[in-house]
Structure formats: C-alpha cells, structure tokens
Design a binder for this molecule. Structure first.
Ligand code: ATP
Ligand code: AMO
Length: 427
C-alpha cells in the first residue's frame, strides 16, 4: 500500500519513470481496448491508461471514488486536460466506494450545506471544500509563526472548568463525576493569570457557548485565537491584531495560489493601520442616519449593519462604555465611564474583542458586584492578583469568522470541518 510519489510531484519531464501512485477514482471511461481513469490524491490529479485483459478486468466494474494503487510508467499524454499520464502495469483496488454516494463530491450536482455536512469527509474530495481547509491550515501556521516571533508562547488552558469564566450566561454544564462542571467559554481568566508567569502567551483552541443563535456567524463550538500580554495597553494589542490580520492575508495570497483559484476569489490584502472609530463617533454617525442612540446603549445588529456600510472592510470600534463591557475591562483613567476596549469589525461582522484589563483585585471585586456576579466564585482567580499581577491587555479573535471573511464565504459552517450549532451534533 506504499506510494512512491504524490501525483502533484509528477510531470511530463519524468517520462519513462516507474511510479506507484494511489488515490481516488474521479472518473472512469472505457474506449474499446483501453480504459482511462482520472485518479486524484490530495496533491493532484492524473490520467491512468489501462490496457491488457488482466488490468481491464480489474477495472471493469470499478466504482467512482474507490481507492486504487497503480504501478506504472509516466508518459506524455495526448489528452487535452493532461500533460502526462501513467500507463498502468498493475492496478490494485484497495477499497470500493458503495453507490449511490450521499453527495456528488465533484460538485457537478450541487448539494445543500446540510447534505454536505452530513457527508463531510466525502465533501472534502470536492476541490473547493478541500481548498478551504488547506487555507485554514496556512492561516493557523501563519498565526503561530507571527505570534511566536513577537515573543508569545503558545499555551493550553483547561476546557473543563469548575466555575464560569465570563459570567454565568451561555455556559454548557456537564456532570463531572459527583461534581458540576462547565465547558470553557473562553480562556479569559487563565490567560490573564498566565501573564504573571510567562508575560506573553497565546492559545488557539475550541471554546463553547450555549447560545441558541441560528445565524451564519454563531457556533456552539468555535475556534478562538487568544492573546494576553503583560506591560501592554489596549492600543498595543490592537497593533498586534492588525499586523496579524495583514500577515494572514499576505501569507495566504503567497502560499495558497491554487486554492484561491479553486475558490474563484481574490485575496484583498488590507492596509494597516485599520481605521479607529470610537463608540462616541459611531453613535454620532448612526444619529446622522436617523438611528438615535444614547451613550451606554448597546449596538444592535441593525446598528452594526449601518456602521458596516459606512466602514466597509476592517476597522476598530474602540472606547466602549464601561458598563457594556465584562468585569475585567479597565476604565479610561481620564474618563472612567469609558473603557479601554475595542472590537475589530469587518463591516458589520465582529471578528475580535479585547482591551486593557484591570489588575487591581479590589477594583475587580467592585466590578463583579456591580455586575451582579458573586466574587466568591472568582476566589481562585483573584488570588493570582495578589502575587504580582502586571498590567496587561489582550484579545480573542474568532478564527472561523476570520476564515469566512478571508475566503469570502458567508456561513462559518463552511469553514469548520464538523460544525456544532444548536441543531447539529453529528457527524
Ligand atoms: P459577544 O461579544 O457578546 O460574545 P458575539 O461575539 O457573539 O457577542 P455578535 O453576536 O456578532 O458578537 O454580536 C453582534 C451583535 O449582534 C450584537 O449586538 C448582538 O446583539 C447581535 N446578535 C447576537 N446574536 C444575534 C442573533 N442570534 N440574531 C441577531 N442578532 C444577534
Ligand atoms: P468575545 O465574547 O467577544 O470575547 O469573543 C471573541 C470573539 O470570538 C468569536 N466568537 C464566536 N464565533 C463563533 N461563534 C460564537 N458563538 C462566537 N462567540 C464568540 C467572535 C468574537 O469576536 N474574553 C473575550 C476576549 C478578550 O477580551 O480577550 C471574549 O471571549 O469572533
């Protein structure tokens, strides 16, 4: 079952060379005493020419998407779509695909997203779908490289937790032997604590939110890229975030040419710095559009859609009213009803939020009480603030949402292999 070559590494220059390739039968045509197989592996596609009674009898009732191993020699091809082909000496059928298949993996017969997700592994033989996940791999590579080079250390924090990290709402609870536990919504508390030991850390992981949202941007299990850094203010981590986004677009443009082509998209690399719009400016802008808001009102979906029209592309919405922000967000020293916080928006879509954090435990306790949260629940977390907690800032970036923007796909389910939403638990 060993291959000597990936199809993508073959070419007409290897004429005469004997190879063993393996993959999936994409197409099969019989022409008199010859059969032609279009064989695809994850790296590319090749034509296989089958002759001779023994080989022909092997492929006689071969089904599309079956797995075969072919031993043969590379030769030039006369076919319009191929610059070379492999003349089979031996064909082994390793696994037979059973028809009818639930979806057409070539995408000639279009299937709805639900049918494709129900057969997700097979959907990956569709080159458009495969390209999304090849790009996702590159995005992760680039993020890890960029943050490591900026002095951030990758960490793993627990996903099974004993008490709420961001306040009680939206938590999945689970039975943990004879105790009650929860699935982490975010690494917020851990990443803050870790700044006192490691200064700059990042985590890329799944987090869980029990939100019954049926939108194209909410999942119950999503991937978050989180950073936290000691000795940085919110504007410093905003700069890191915009550099990261630009690097991701740049890296994908340079390293994923084939996948960009498969998706039929153009990578529009954004320019840093991104526009910074304060919350106060935003409500003035909305006021001019006839949407009247007072300082302290939350921005609803409709408001964000209007702002997205005024500011298409990436922009930061900064300096939110403190009362709209979680207990750990720091106030502005010169205007304490305003917070040192930001969201990164792409048009109407929120991609990330972050800010400067409180590092004075007395202030955190006061904010917890103000928000109706029980500070006793945060005792373990608050202890760390007496051990030399540095001033710190950070953000959380929704990777699935970033992928959706990058690939110009509306629904985050398309960019997640096995998405979880309120209706979907399988496969
Ligand atoms: P948060 O930062 O509070 O966790 P989020 O990251 O999920 O929210 P969004 O849900 O994109 O961010 O928030 C953008 C806006 O969309 C919010 O003002 C919110 O009121 C609104 N919104 C959230 N859920 C829904 C929904 N299911 N349908 C319509 N609008 C929604
Ligand atoms: P927030 O709750 O805004 O902030 O989450 C950060 C980012 O995570 C993504 N996101 C989601 N993506 C898909 N489905 C969901 N249900 C979902 N919920 C959130 C969004 C969002 O912008 N602790 C803070 C971050 C910080 O301050 O460091 C936090 O969790 O893209």
């Amino acid at each position: 079952i060993k291959k000597t070559h990936n199809i993508g590494t073959l070419g007409p220059a290897m004429k005469g060379q004997k190879v063993v390739v393996g993959g999936w039968v994409e197409d099969l045509r019989e022409l008199g005493k010859l059969s032609f197989i279009t064989l695809r592996d994850v790296t590319g596609v090749s034509q296989i020419v089958v002759a001779g009674s023994e080989n022909l009898s092997q492929v006689k009732d071969l089904t599309k998407q079956s797995v075969v191993l072919v031993t043969g020699a590379v030769q030039e091809s006369k076919a319009r779509d191929f610059s070379f082909e492999i003349k089979a000496e031996k064909i082994e059928i390793l696994s037979r695909a059973v028809h009818p298949l639930p979806i057409d993996p070539l995408g000639r017969l279009e299937s709805g997203i639900d049918n494709r997700l129900n057969a997700r592994a097979l959907d990956l033989r569709n080159q458009k779908t495969a390209s999304i996940f090849k790009i996702r791999h590159h995005v992760l590579l680039c993020i890890r490289k960029m943050l490591s080079e900026s002095g951030f250390l990758e960490v793993n924090t627990p996903k099974i937790i004993g008490s709420a990290s961001e306040g009680g709402a939206n938590l999945f609870s689970l039975k943990y032997f004879d105790k009650q536990a929860y699935l982490a919504q975010s690494p917020q508390l851990y990443k803050e604590q870790l700044t006192l030991g490691l200064e700059r850390i990042f985590e890329i992981s799944s987090f869980y939110r029990a939100e019954k949202s049926h939108t194209v941007r909410h999942l119950t299990e999503f991937t978050s890229v989180d950073i936290e850094s000691a000795f940085m203010d919110y504007t410093d981590v905003m700069e890191i975030l915009e550099q990261l986004v630009v690097s991701v677009f740049d890296h994908v443009e340079k390293n994923c040419t084939e996948d960009i082509k498969n998706l039929g998209i153009e990578i529009k690399k954004p320019q840093a710095p991104f526009e910074r719009v304060t919350y106060k400016q935003a409500i003035e802008e909305l006021g001019k559009q006839g949407l009247s808001l007072a300082f302290g009102d939350d921005l609803l979906d409709s408001h964000l859609r209007t702002l997205g029209e005024i500011h298409p592309g990436f922009y930061f919405l900064t300096d939110w009213p403190l009362k709209l922000k979680p207990f750990y967000i720091h106030e502005k020293e010169d205007d304490p009803v305003v917070s040192k916080s930001f969201d990164l928006q792409y048009g109407y879509l929120e991609l990330s939020s972050g800010g400067r954090r409180l590092h004075d435990p007395a202030k955190i306790k006061a904010r917890l009480e103000e928000q109706g949260l029980d500070s006793a629940q945060f005792e373990d977390h608050l202890k760390a603030f007496d051990w030399g907690m540095p001033p710190h800032s950070g953000w959380g970036l929704g990777l699935d949402r970033l992928m959706a923007v990058l690939t110009q796909i509306d629904n985050v389910r398309e960019v997640v292999l096995y998405p979880r939403d309120p209706e979907r638990l399988f496969p």
